[in-house]
Write a protein that binds this ligand. Structure first.
Ligand code: CP3
Length: 355
C-alpha cells in the first residue's frame, strides 16, 4: 500500500529470499503472549478474541516483544480462528485449551455457515491493527492465516484433538464435501492474507500446525491442493511466503511445493537434514526446541549454536520449532536474540557456505 515503509531490504525479507544479510534474522512464534509480564498486565481477563478485536490493544501487544527482544520481525496479534469467528461460525478460544466450536461442522448444510470473508466489514479491527503497526514498526510485519487443514480440524473436532478421527472420517467418507470445505477455508485464508498485505504487511505465514498428523500420501492428496491455492493465490503480492507445520519432517518437500519461499521446521528435524529434503532455493525457518528454552539459558546456549551450525548461512531465519511456552523466562529469549545477532554477517564472509 502506498505510504507503507519498504522493508524489502530488511534482514528478515532478504533471508526469506536467500540473500546476504548483516546478521541472521530472528523472531519467535508466539513471541507476543503469556511469557511476557507486560502482556499479562494489559491483556485483561476476557477471551483472546476480544483482545484481538481491540485494535489499540492488539497493536500494543504486537509491539511488546519487538521492543523487548529486538527481534527482526513482528507477527500480528490475532489467531488462526479469527476469520471463521468473524463470519459467525461460533468459535471461541478457551484459556489453556484452544479453539472450541459450539456446533462442529457435521455435514453439507454446514457449508452455509462458511460464507466468504469481507475483511474490511467482518474484521475491521484486524485491518486497523495492521495499519497501526506498519506506521509504527521498525521491522517487517508478518501477516498470517491458518491453513485449511488445521482450521478444518478445529471445525470438525470441536476442540483440540490428538487423533483427528472426525477430521479423517470426513476426508475418507465424503471426499467431495471434504474438498468443498477445504476450498472455502482456502478462500477465507486467502482473503484475510490479501487484506493484511494490502494494508502493509511484508510477508505471510501459513500455519498448518497439525499437518503432521497426516501421511505424506494423504497430505498430498487431501490437503496440498487447498494450501497451494492459498500460497499461489498470494504469489502476485510479491511478499515472501512461509509455510509452517509441526511434526512435518516427512512433508517438508511437499510443503515447499505448495509455493513457499520459506518452510518452517520444528525441532524434531535438524535443519541440515531438512535442507536435504527441500529445493536448494527454499529458505528454512527454525528450529530451537521451545521446551529447551523454557528450561533456562544453560541448555539453551549450546542449542542456539547447534541450530546455527546446522541451519545457518544464507536462507535461514532463526526461530523456535513451535511457539514460545508460557513458562519461558523472557530474559532467555533476549539472550537468544543477542547470541544470534552476534554471529554477524551472513553470505558475505564467514557464513553462508551452504547456499
Ligand atoms: O505472537 C504470536 O505468535 C502472534 C499471535 C498468535 C496467536 N495465535 C495468539 C494466541 C498466532 C500466530 C496464533 C496462531 C495459532 N492459533 C495457531 C498456529 C500456531 C501454533 O501454535 O501452532 C494455532 C494452532 C492457534 C489456535 C490456538 N489459539 C491455540 C492452540 C491456543 C492456545 C490455547 C491456550 O490458552 O493455551 C490459542 C490461544 C492463543 N492465541 C493465545 C495467544 C497469545 C494464548 C491465550 C491468551 O493469551 O489468551
Amino acid at each position: 500500500m502506498t505510504g507503507s515503509p519498504d522493508h524489502s531490504n530488511s534482514a528478515f525479507v532478504r533471508a526469506c529470499r536467500g540473500l546476504p544479510t548483516e546478521h541472521t534474522p530472528v523472531w519467535f512464534m508466539r513471541q507476543a503472549g503469556r511469557s511476557l509480564p507486560e502482556y499479562r498486565s494489559i491483556r485483561g481477563t476476557g477471551t483472546i478474541l476480544r483482545a484481538i478485536a481491540d485494535a489499540d490493544l492488539a497493536t500494543e501487544i504486537t509491539l511488546q516483544p519487538v521492543r523487548r527482544y529486538g527481534v527482526d520481525a513482528a507477527i500480528l496479534y490475532s489467531d488462526i480462528m479469527t476469520p471463521v469467528h468473524a463470519i459467525g461460525f461460533g468459535v471461541d478460544i478457551a484459556p489453556g485449551i484452544g479453539p472450541v466450536v459450539e456446533h462442529p461442522f457435521s455435514g453439507r448444510a454446514d457449508l452455509d455457515r462458511l460464507r466468504p470473508l469481507d475483511p474490511e466489514a467482518d474484521t475491521p479491527y484486524v485491518v486497523q491493527t495492521v495499519r497501526n503497526l506498519v506506521a509504527e514498526l521498525p521491522v517487517p510485519l508478518i501477516a498470517f492465516a491458518g491453513a485449511p487443514y488445521t482450521v478444518a480440524s478445529y471445525l470438525l473436532e470441536g476442540k483440540p484433538s490428538r487423533t483427528y478421527v472426525r477430521t479423517k472420517a470426513l476426508m475418507y467418507s465424503d471426499p467431495v464435501l471434504w474438498f468443498e470445505l477445504l476450498d472455502r477455508l482456502a478462500d477465507l485464508a486467502l482473503d484475510s492474507l490479501r487484506s493484511q498485505v494490502a494494508n502493509g504487511a511484508s510477508a505471510v505465514q501459513l500455519f498448518d500446525s497439525w499437518a503432521g498428523s497426516l501421511s505424506p500420501a494423504d497430505y498430498e492428496h487431501y490437503v496440498l491442493p487447498a494450501s497451494t491455492k492459498v500460497l499461489e493465490g498470494v504469489a502476485e503480492l510479491g511478499v515472501p511466503r512461509i509455510h509452517f507445520g509441526v511434526q512435518t519432517g516427512e512433508l517438508l518437500g511437499l510443503m515447499a511445493s505448495a509455493g513457499a519461499e520459506v518452510v518452517g521446521v520444528d525441532w524434531r528435524t535438524p535443519l541440515d537434514a531438512a535442507r536435504t529434503r527441500l529445493p536448494a532455493t527454499t529458505s528454512v525457518q527454525g528450529n530451537l526446541d521451545p521446551a529447551v528454552v523454557a528450561t533456562g539459558w544453560d541448555a539453551t546456549e549450546p542449542a542456539v549454536h547447534d541450530v546455527l551450525r546446522r541451519g545457518g548461512g544464507l536462507g535461514h531465519i532463526f526461530n523456535l520449532g513451535h511457539g514460545v511456552l508460557p513458562e519461558t523466562d523472557p530474559t532467555v529469549l533476549e539472550r537468544v536474540v543477542e547470541t544470534v545477532h552476534a554471529q554477524g554477517p551472513v553470505g558475505t564472509d564467514t557464513q553462508g557456505t551452504n547456499a
